[in-house]
Design a protein around this ligand. Structure first.
Ligand code: IFM
Length: 459
């Protein structure tokens, strides 16, 4: 599949690749780093496939220069990485740990030396354990602490980092972490998960305020949300209603307050049996809905919603994600190794939905898109991954079509530069453009890396 067949993107379009701290850094006990909720969760028996942990991961903490060299060779204009909060404030509050800041300062300098623009995410799920012990995202104090942390990192790096993303995927931090319990901290709650979603957004708003107050000028501030376009699995009234509930849960809980200054219609009816929403305060919508310079969008698959029975009839035990919906994608869609349906047109629909639903939307950067396949290292030490190439090709064409249709998309970051720690699924799921042989830590660019490099070079 020739990368150059893809129609031209607008001048200045940003080509990038993304990673996250806990998934690649390792060195969990070095540089004065404190414990995060993922250290705790990964140590619990049965929580992570094969008992994997982030203790070593891709050893990026020690090999970051090699990884920047891979980015340079790939030809990306920008690299999206995250800062580990427990490296900066080991207990989630108080003065900065200089060694932690120094690591990211060296990484930023290495990137700039390679001609690559840093795009920094402040929070990609690794909450300091001390803050979880005090209530985690269920409590408002965590949002205040997050703003303090954002101010520290911004003060140290904004002279060299132009792109700032507060949160990565608040859906996952709140609903997977506090309702489904598949991610750290592993809670299964109703009210607590809704409170977490709200406090994450409040934390975003407070962090934006803190950074704006000390801005150098020229920084772009935004947030990254993971969204899926939602379609009813059938035209039955029950499935149409299920799709509306899923759109509320997956998308509108975040996009309505962030982009439209409102809480989503229907949420009180949906969740009144499990929450009184007492965590909200006057003025929160203004705080959350402050103007942004960019919207980060992560997308991997579309949603096809079908009505399903409630898993727990007793509201006292019902988790917030139990909204009577199951996924029922068309059988003809192929699946990645994650089991996720592949439908590039779903990304196109999502981009148009955002444009139509939220007038005045900031420019969109696709901050993650990619796929996991069962990649194998051949005897000649090459890795051929045609499934990933086809996935990227299809999704980039869908982005290009949406741009032609008037959606303001300014950049695309492939997830991920490297194979890495895929959370509860450990190292078994590989998303990288670069294969990581974990025992030796050798990096082997896959055929998708060469394909993406050709695509960028041809622009
Ligand atoms: O690996 C994750 C990443 O941390 C957040 N977005 C989705 C990716 C693939 O599951």
């Amino acid at each position: 599949m020739a990368a150059t067949d893809i129609p031209a993107f607008p001048a200045g379009f940003v080509w990038g690749a993304a990673t996250a701290a806990y998934q690649i850094e390792g060195a969990v006990d070095e540089g004065g780093r404190g414990r995060s909720i993922w250290d705790t969760f990964a140590a619990l028996p049965g929580k992570i496939a094969r008992g994997d942990t982030g203790e070593v991961a891709c050893d990026h903490y020690h090999r970051y220069r090699d990884d920047v060299a891979l980015l340079k060779d790939l030809g990306v204009g920008s690299y999206r990485f995250s800062v580990a909060w427990p490296r900066i404030q080991p207990d989630g509050k108080g003065p900065a740990n200089p060694e932690g800041l120094d690591f990211y300062s060296r990484l930023v300098d290495e990137l700039l030396g390679a001609g690559i623009t840093p795009c920094l995410t402040l929070y990609h799920w690794d909450l300091p354990q001390a803050l979880e012990d005090a209530g985690g995202w269920r409590v408002r104090d965590t949002a205040e602490r997050f703003a303090e942390y954002a101010g520290i990192v911004h003060a140290a790096l904004a002279d060299r980092v132009p792109m700032w993303i507060t949160l990565n995927e608040p859906y996952c931090s709140s609903f997977i972490g506090y309702a489904e319990g598949r991610h750290a901290p592993g809670a299964r709650e109703g009210h607590g998960a809704l409170a977490a979603a709200h406090h994450l957004l409040v934390g975003h708003g407070l962090a934006v305020q803190a950074m704006r107050a000390q801005a150098h000028g020229g920084e772009q501030l935004g947030i990254t949300v993971n969204l899926s376009h939602v379609t009813p699995a059938t035209q039955d009234a029950a499935d149409v209603a299920a799709a509306a509930r899923n759109e509320l849960l997956l998308n509108r809980v975040f996009t309505d307050p962030l982009l439209a200054g409102r809480y989503p219609a229907g949420e009180r009816e949906l969740w009144s049996p499990i929450s009184d929403f007492s965590f909200r305060r006057d003025g929160d919508l203004e705080l959350i809905g402050q103007p942004l310079d960019l919207l980060g969008l992560n997308n991997y698959f579309p949603s096809y919603a079908k009505h399903a029975p409630t898993a727990d009839e007793d509201p006292a035990y019902r988790v917030a994600t139990d909204v009577n919906v199951v996924e029922a994608p068309p059988a003809e869609l192929s699946r990645t190794a994650m089991g996720w349906p592949v439908e590039p047109a779903g990304l196109g629909r999502l981009l148009r939905w955002l444009r139509d639903e939220y007038p005045g939307l900031p420019p969109i950067y696709i901050t993650e898109n990619g796929s996991s396949y069962l990649d194998a290292l051949a005897p000649d030490k090459s890795v051929d991954d045609p499934g990933r190439v086809a996935y990227l090709d299809g999704h980039l064409r869908a982005v290009r079509d949406a741009i032609a249709d008037g959606v303001d998309v300014r950049g695309y970051y492939c997830w991920s530069l490297l194979d890495n720690f895929e959370w509860a699924l450990g190292y078994a799921k590989r998303f990288g453009l670069v294969y990581v042989d974990y025992p030796s830590q050798l990096r082997i660019p896959k055929s998708s890396y060469h394909w993406y490099r050709d695509l960028i070079a041809g622009r």
